[in-house]
Design a protein around this ligand. Structure first.
Ligand SMILES: Nc1ncnc2c1ncn2[C@@H]1O[C@H](COP(=O)(O)OP(=O)(O)OP(=O)(O)O)[C@@H](O)[C@H]1O
Length: 489
């Protein structure tokens, strides 16, 4: 584990050094749990988003995509249950004033016990925590913390406040309408993108003439005032979700839940995540809207954690919006049932898939990052840091490198660039020795490099170098574009 944590801090500094991710407002010492994507990161993120979008809206003929606003009518969040329920139990240490999410505090204690060889105790404490959380039993949780003498990492004391709920939604004021009641102008930054889909269910179903079963997909920003934000882009206060709500006939939700469980895991594998690094985790405590729920977990450098959620949300959301808006939200199904009669009017059930784009980004990077070391033939040590991002999603596909900045080599290289840049993302570089340029391309994860040298002028061939195994071969200049296109498919 120690080595992996170490590796994780290397990944974070690598992201900064090579233009993947910067701390937000770093100039002003940063804003906690908010990050900016740099020139490489923004492109990788876009590629991941595009791959997801295509897999949903292009590969399924019954899924369409929308782009709803971040601001929504405040009643949306009353109807959805977020105003009353979207909170985490937290506790403060009175000596250090440090705030903890109760489950994180207890999990931290369990991790320490495992490290000290007390695995039985750790398991027992975690099992008790799950039961108490499921029952919303806060005094029981406080007793569990006290009975195990769980201490604050800073003050080292166990002088705790009572456990309280902390709502995770950000509030702001909307417009400038004078009102006696300040609450009239309150709006929330959406904590999930899903509600933008539910309130547009009828708009999309009618205008798109959609027949159940069908899905609505969306990508976009979500905001949560996380009590303790940690682990880099794993838990952020502003992040991006990629969600798809699949509307089905009541009674068929189990079958669709199983379908999306399998389909989503297979999708993660299709973008290069090894099957043994993914697993399912069924929820013990179901959210107020769900009748089945699971996480697809990935083995991050800091342990197995949720990457994506698959939730069977019943008809909860549509029914709530119908009640609060006083409008009818139903679907007329003219397919015939077993008795040969139309299914008629009903409120559809929903199976949702919800993945965090930033967590997916972290998944890809933690798999790709490798610090390789080897001994050369002359006995000296050598090494490189390489991002083995699958070519399909890598931000830059091809580096075009003239060996020298003279003798007509840049001209040939630039004409290759002109030929390729319409088809895929290229990087042109003529500075520094070629070895140094290769290492830089390894570090930013460019899967292919092409070098134009003096021989190119004689026989129209170039050297192509493959990032993953550093193999080099000569190929015809005229074959470069087609070969790279084939390799990134
Ligand atoms: N604070 C966050 N930062 C980054 N991604 C997040 C955050 N919260 C949720 N996500 C992503 O959105 C997905 C769906 O959100 P969901 O509400 O199911 O998460 P959650 O169960 O609250 O997550 P967690 O238990 O880790 O807080 C998650 O699987 C995750 O990938």
């Amino acid at each position: 584990m120690a080595n992996e944590i170490n590796n994780f801090s290397e990944i974070i500094s690598h992201c900064k050094e090579y233009g993947y991710i910067f701390q937000s407002s770093e100039l002003y010492d940063g804003l906690s749990a908010v990050y900016d994507y740099g020139q490489m990161g923004a492109q990788l993120k876009k590629n991941l988003r595009d791959t997801w979008w295509k897999s949903m809206t292009q590969m399924h003929d019954n899924i369409v995509g929308i782009d709803a606003a971040i601001f929504m009518h405040p009643t949306v969040w009353k109807a959805s249950g977020h105003v009353d329920n979207f909170s985490d139990p937290m506790i403060d240490n009175k000596d250090s004033n440090k705030r903890y999410r109760v489950d994180h505090l207890i999990e931290g204690f369990a991790d320490e016990q495992i490290a000290a060889g007390n695995e039985t105790l750790a398991k027992e404490v975690l099992a008790q925590m799950d039961t108490l959380l499921a029952a919303d039993d806060y005094s029981g949780l406080k007793e569990l913390i006290e009975a195990n003498n769980i201490r604050c990492a800073i003050s080292k004391t166990s002088n705790w406040t009572a456990i309280r709920q902390f709502n995770l939604m950000f509030k702001t004021e909307f417009g400038a309408v004078a009102s006696d009641n300040p609450d009239d102008n309150i709006v929330y930054l959406r904590p999930e993108t899903a509600q933008g889909i539910f309130v547009n269910f009828l708009n999309v179903q009618k205008t798109g003439r959609m027949k159940i079963p069908f899905g609505i997909a969306q990508t976009g920003k979500a905001f949560r005032n996380e009590i303790v934000a940690r682990q880099f882009i794993f838990r952020m206060r502003e992040f991006e979700q990629m969600e798809m709500q699949f509307f089905v006939r009541p009674g068929t939700q189990k079958q669709w839940y199983d379908y999306w469980k399998t389909t989503r895991k297979a999708w993660h594998e299709s973008i290069g995540i090894p099957a043994e690094k993914l697993r399912f985790h069924d929820h013990v405590k179901l959210a107020h809207y769900a009748d089945m729920a699971l996480d697809i977990e990935f083995e991050f450098p800091f342990g197995w954690k949720e990457l994506e959620g698959i939730h069977s949300r019943t008809d909860f959301d549509l029914t709530q919006h119908a009640t609060y808006s006083k409008k009818k939200i139903q679907y007329f199904d003219n397919d015939l049932n077993e008795e040969g009669k139309p299914y008629g009017n009903y409120t559809p059930f929903v199976v949702e898939t919800s993945v965090g784009l930033d967590r997916l980004f972290l998944t890809v990077l933690s798999l790709a990052y490798q610090n390789e070391k080897w001994t050369k033939e002359d006995g000296t040590e050598d090494g490189r840091v390489v991002l083995k991002i699958p070519a399909k999603i890598a931000p830059t596909k091809l580096a075009i490198l003239p060996l020298l900045k003279k003798d007509g080599l840049p001209e040939i290289a630039k004409s290759l660039l002109d030929d390729c840049k319409e088809s895929f993302h290229c990087f042109y570089e003529e500075k520094d020795a070629i070895g140094k340029r290769y290492r830089r391309m390894d570090a930013i994860g460019t899967p292919f490099c092409v070098t134009i040298d003096h021989q190119t002028k004689e026989d129209n061939t170039v050297t192509i170098r493959y990032r993953d195994d550093m193999r080099q071969e000569r190929i015809a200049l005229s074959d470069v574009k087609v070969l790279v296109e084939k390799l990134i498919k």
